[in-house]
Ligand binder design. Structure first.
Ligand code: MF3
Ligand code: CO
Ligand code: CO
Length: 327
């Protein structure tokens, strides 16, 4: 884990100015807020093993999925994407992340789905909410709380649904009102990183080609690639043993095969890629409090371009979806 730059250090943004005269107080740091009580999920909804205080069950799940599982993953993936697209419309100044979580929770239930993050076991406590909401310098796994979004924020929402016995996992970073140029660039480059990572996921190639494509693009803009969180195999389990680094990892040489399903979910930073983990065991921020963005899709490897399983039904609601649909 890294440390916050000293006041007289050069700012991470490359301006050449001292940190204290540049981005130190550009936005108020994100701090732990008030977290509301656990929301129940009706008994009519099929739940993963960790619901109601259970453990994550792990087994040797085939990396190459059957056509029958793939059909289920297509349906669940689309449901997750539809929820994410809807939540994106809520990202306006004055709206709390708690309100976005409540909307996610209800949307999941309305779709006969379990919101997979809810009660997912962690290093300290289980995740207490139905969506991860990560604002500004929060890299991932932010816990929805009573903080209201502010004009100029960027917010990542990470939605995973469990339905028909499979998970669909997808996230996107949204602008709140008018956002500064560095943040805009960061978010757009991160989206391109995901698209390039997906384009590199062709059968016969080693897995590490994905990270190579992502890292090359991010570093072309002077941005950092987070190392501490990776993409993952997904299916009947939320996270399988298959790991997808978003930087070039020389030993990730397993060959990509048709029928594999996994996520690609690059976390890109405007400054240092080093992380600081809060005492809650979940919230990860950049060590230098530089802003960070993320996009995620669940994909299926085919004989040619991957099939994106987390494209929403209506791709017109946000520019991101129409782009993602054409990769
Ligand atoms: N959706 C996240 C991922 O992309 C995982 C969130 S785990 C949680 O893998 F418990 F924080 F929800
Ligand atoms: Co994921
Ligand atoms: Co996710």
């Amino acid at each position: 884990m890294g440390v916050l730059p000293k006041a007289n250090d050069a700012c991470w943004c490359g301006s050449g100015k001292k940190f204290k005269r540049c981005h130190k107080n550009a936005t108020d740091p994100i701090r732990p807020g008030r977290i509301s009580p656990l929301r129940p999920v009706p008994d009519t909804i099929a739940k993963p093993t960790w619901a109601d205080g259970g453990d994550v069950e792990r087994w040797d799940e085939p990396r190459v999925k059957s056509p029958e599982i793939i059909e289920r993953m297509r349906r669940t993936g689309r449901e997750a994407a539809d929820v994410l697209a809807y939540l994106g419309t809520l990202c306006q100044p004055g709206v709390t992340t708690e309100e976005i979580d409540a909307a996610c929770h209800q949307a999941a239930i309305d779709r006969n789905s379990y919101p997979s993050p809810l009660e997912y076991p962690g290093m300290v406590d289980p995740f207490p909410k139905s969506v991860c909401s990560s604002v500004n310098e929060v890299i991932c796994h932010g816990i929805p709380d009573d903080r209201a979004l502010v004009d100029g924020d960027i917010i990542n929402l990470d939605v995973t649904l469990f339905k028909e016995g499979v998970h669909g996992d997808t996230n996107a970073t949204f602008f709140v009102g008018q956002v500064d140029d560095i943040s805009r660039k960061l978010v757009n480059v991160t989206r391109e990183c995901l698209e390039l990572g997906i384009a590199a996921a062709r059968p016969g190639r080693p897995i590490n080609e994905i990270g190579r494509a992502i890292q090359t693009h991010a570093e072309d803009f002077g941005f950092g690639v987070v190392r501490d969180f990776v993409g993952h195999g997904i299916g009947e389990q939320f996270h399988t043993d298959l790991q997808i680094c978003h930087y070039y990892h020389p030993r990730q040489t397993d060959i990509i095969e048709p029928g594999m399903t996994f996520t690609i979910e690059p976390m890109i930073t405007a400054g240092s890629y080093r992380i600081n983990l809060w005492d809650d065991g979940w919230t990860a921020t950049t060590a230098d409090r530089s802003r960070t963005a993320q996009f995620e899709h669940t994909i299926l490897i085919t004989d040619d371009a991957p099939e994106i399983l987390t494209t929403p039904s209506d791709t017109s609601s946000h520019p991101y979806w129409s782009l993602a649909a054409t990769v």
